[in-house]
Design a protein around this ligand. Structure first.
Ligand SMILES: Nc1ncnc2c1ncn2[C@@H]1O[C@H](COP(=O)(O)OP(=O)(O)OP(=O)(O)O)[C@@H](O)[C@H]1O
Length: 583
């Protein structure tokens, strides 16, 4: 079982993640410090040059040497910056790779239901955008932060060595900043920042939904209403930004003006000391440059607060996946050759307080066909999802061959179950790979499955046949053709237990005939669970389970159910009437 350790949060968690590349990051930090030192050298030399220029006799050799040293320092400073950036980027991209790999592995161990429920856009955002931000922070912000802290410190030490009185004057803006910086990072501002990110996300999701759903919105004439919903999110974002700016502007303004006007105390003190004869022009000039310039790197720190807030948000979402509850399994083998499925007193709810399935019990003998029917929302798909362990029941057991599926290793269970979904998921690969799906099967087996699923003919009509890439220009497969590819995958998998979820829902009459041919090939000798709305497709099933409001209302064969179940009889009548209407 996954033990959730006492998790670090926010920036501490990020440093923990970054710690995996401690050596490279330390190297980057050392190089960043070297760069900071080198950037100081030309300024120090300016002081020497000024001294040389104001000396009674001009020492040209010394002057040339200083200029040469300054050029070397500038070159070295850039080389060190480059090396530090390289090291931090290599570390960051390795961390990025590691995080994405860990997340992909973890997603494979999370319950399929969790993945199904978590919107794919949100998962993409976490795996792509949030991880990217972490890379950005490690690659850029950590070196900037080190530089921002070290450079002022070294400069001040140096300045104190030259002239402690002028150095004290240079510290005045720093002291004032120390007072005002906490004002910038107040609790309210941090809350506003969190809300800012939330409303930004709302607005982004709003626009994606608005654009994606445009055909439906137009057909149903909801453009104005949906636009209002979207523009509502935009207005909320605007209000949020205004509130944030209002809160931060005063402290930020003070921060910027201190940095920009840091010259004043040095200028005043420098003029006084120069005219009173306690300081030289060279020293005064040095303080005018360095005693003011040392504050500039602090600029980089001014954005740190908002960056940390972004990172906190991203790291939290990342950890929701990395520390997400894994499916429990004591993981043993499948019962040898016995593929009878049974639901025993199963209670299941998506939310804790309400049950979607209530005391569901039934048996599917090995090699038989069981159909689930019932009104929309009665729990048919949920039963299918429980059998393939998308979720675990809160009470009761789902068994294969008498063994609780929680006691079967997930990968072993998956090997024995094939699921034909309502929607066809196609991958950006060749049609051949779309059928093979990484299974260890020969070319002959793939082709045989495609033929049995009635795909072979339409695939061979394509210019590149099986090598045609899904997503390539000009390739269009109808819904029925995509479903037949799904059936080919299931035939190729040849799993003993098969779940068909409304597999004929999208087909046209010609496709339906082909799909039925493929079906018969697929279901031979299998334990089959079919969820079908078209009752005519399941009249010959070995048993039909009538579901109503999450409960098994009646179980039996078609003829018997017509007499015993009023609900089934009504559904059958509605179905035959619909068929007559269609004729
Ligand atoms: N991921 C989910 N999270 C929360 N509730 C869900 C989820 N999936 C389904 N439900 C709810 O569970 C109930 C049963 O849904 P289910 O999809 O199992 O019914 P169904 O009989 O298959 O319906 P349909 O015939 O319309 O597909 C419904 O009220 C549905 O809203």
């Amino acid at each position: 079982m996954h033990q959730k350790k006492k998790a670090k949060t926010g920036i501490f968690r990020l440093l923990e993640i970054a710690g995996k590349r401690k050596r490279l990051l330390s190297l980057s930090a050392l190089l960043a410090i070297g760069h900071a030192l080198m950037t100081l050298v030309p300024y120090v030399l300016v002081c020497d040059i000024l001294k040389a220029l104001t000396a009674p006799v001009l020492d040209k050799v010394l002057l040339q040497q200083d200029i040469f040293k300054a050029v070397i320092a500038v070159v070295l400073s850039y080389l060190l910056l480059y090396a530090s950036g390289m090291a931090s980027h290599v570390a960051a991209f390795n961390i990025l790779y590691e995080l994405r790999r860990q997340m992909a592995e973890k997603i494979g161990r999370l319950s399929l239901g969790f993945i199904n429920k978590t919107n794919s856009g949100a998962l993409k955002k976490i795996m792509s955008d949030d991880v990217e931000r972490i890379e950005n922070f490690i690659a850029h912000s950590i070196p900037d932060f080190i530089k921002g802290m070290i450079l002022p410190l070294i400069t001040l030490v140096y300045l104190f060595c030259i002239d402690w009185k002028l150095a004290l004057a240079s510290c005045i803006p720093l002291v004032l900043l120390a007072v005002f910086i906490p004002l910038m990072f107040n609790r309210k501002r941090m809350d506003l920042l969190t809300n800012y990110h939330r409303s930004l996300e709302d607005m982004n999701s709003g626009i994606v939904e608005f654009v994606r759903a445009m055909p439906v919105i137009k057909i149903f004439g909801h453009t104005a209403e949906k636009f209002d919903q979207y523009s509502g999110a935009v207005y909320r974002f605007r209000d949020m930004v205004i509130a944030w700016v209002r809160n931060s502007a005063p402290a930020y303004g003070i921060f910027i003006s201190f940095i920009s006007n840091a010259t004043l105390p040095v200028l005043a003190a420098g003029l006084y000391l120069y005219f009173s004869g306690s300081s030289t022009l060279a020293t005064f000039s040095l303080f005018l440059i360095l005693g003011v310039g040392y504050i500039r790197p602090l600029f980089a720190l001014s954005n740190l607060g908002s960056q940390i807030s972004v990172i906190n948000h991203g790291v939290k979402r990342l950890d929701e996946i990395l520390f997400g509850r894994e499916q429990e399994s004591s993981g043993t083998e499948m019962p040898e050759g016995n593929f009878e499925v049974s639901f025993e007193d199963v209670y299941f709810g998506y939310q804790q307080e309400t049950y979607t399935l209530i005391d569901v019990s039934f048996k599917m003998p090995a090699g038989s066909i069981t159909a689930l029917v019932g009104p929309s929302g009665s729990g048919k798909s949920t039963i299918a999802q429980l059998l393939s362990r998308f979720w675990d029941p809160q009470q009761g057991r789902v068994c294969i061959g008498g063994k609780d599926i929680r006691d079967i290793a997930p990968e072993v269970l998956m090997k024995h179950i094939a699921f034909v979904f309502q929607e066809s998921f196609m991958f950006r690969e060749s049609l051949y790979e779309n059928i093979r799906m990484g299974m260890d099967k020969s070319k002959e087996q793939v082709l045989a499955a495609a033929k049995a699923a009635q795909c072979h003919d339409f695939i061979m009509q394509l210019e590149q046949g099986y090598q045609t890439r899904w997503g390539s220009d000009g390739l269009h497969l109808s819904g029925g053709e995509q479903q037949r590819i799904q059936l080919a995958r299931a035939i190729l998998k040849d799993a003993p237990i098969l779940i068909l979820d409304e597999a004929t829902a999208f087909s046209d009459p010609e496709n339906e005939h082909l799909i039925h041919k493929a079906f018969h090939e697929l279901i031979r000798d299998k334990t089959v669970l079919i969820i079908a709305h078209r009752l005519s497709t399941i009249v010959a099933s070995d048993q039909i389970i009538v579901m109503d409001k999450g409960m098994v209302q009646q179980t039996g064969q078609h003829q018997a159910l017509l007499e015993q179940s009023a609900l089934y009889a009504r559904m059958w009548q509605a179905h035959t009437r619909a068929k007559e209407f269609a004729i």
